[in-house]
Ligand binder design. Sequence first.
Ligand code: DO4
Ligand code: MG
Length: 279
Amino acid sequence: MKLYKNGIRIVLEHEEKFYGVDYQWDELINRKKLYQFLLLQMNALQEIEPPDFNQPFDPPIGSQELWAAGVTYLRSKEAREKESAQSGGGSFYDKVYDAKRPELFFKSLPSRIAGHNDRVHIRKDSTWDVPEPELTLFISSDQTIEGYTVGNDMSSRSIEGENPLYLAQAKVYDRSAALGPCLLVLENPISEETAIQLNIYRHNEKVFSGETAISKIKRPLQELADYLFLETNFPKGVMLMTGTGVVPPDEFTLQEEDRVEISIDGIGTLINYVKKNNK
Ligand code: DO4
Ligand code: MG
């Protein structure tokens, strides 16, 4: 089942049919066994025309915070060790990859997040920028994983590489995160075989393509969720990006007007256009 958010309108897709859902987003999604709840609602829902998939969608988030996990794939560890070798990063990424405690960081308030077919930003003070394609979880206030979406954890590699203490500036700024196009709600946990694909287009030509799979994440998804909740409550639930396993080669940097497409099996494709963050 998929939930799309379009202004105040929520659209539920189930078995190729579309239904209008008369709920507030937070009230609807923040529950244990969301799939079963939606199934029970089906009879009472009104069937509607499919939405226009060429239009923008709002990110599938309400008032939740967006957090992110890092260095959960070998590829991310290796790329970051290299990028920050001059600033001492040669060893600590190694340590966090193998440590019991994962790297978790605050990524965004909902108001700074871009949706599908929307723009994402690169910073004016950055010279090396990449998208990070990441499976993103919706975790209920009861600490259960109830939904999945596609996430783009836009990152400045030049700022992050200069000094690891600059991580927040490399990662957290207006439109540095995108989520969408929908929230996939499943009866059972998402398959380990699920593939994540990143394609980047410049003037309609593909300039980068890469792929990974959820099975390559070092830690179980529930373990990431459990660490996040260790000393913090999320009364409306929380979204969590689970790290990148695809990093373009070092000579690649995003440019204005690039089109970033991230696809995850079963969820769909999140499309974003790159702009410089000119206020
Ligand atoms: O440690 C820096 C950030 C890691 C990250 O965002 C990732 O691995 O996806
Ligand atoms: Mg990331």
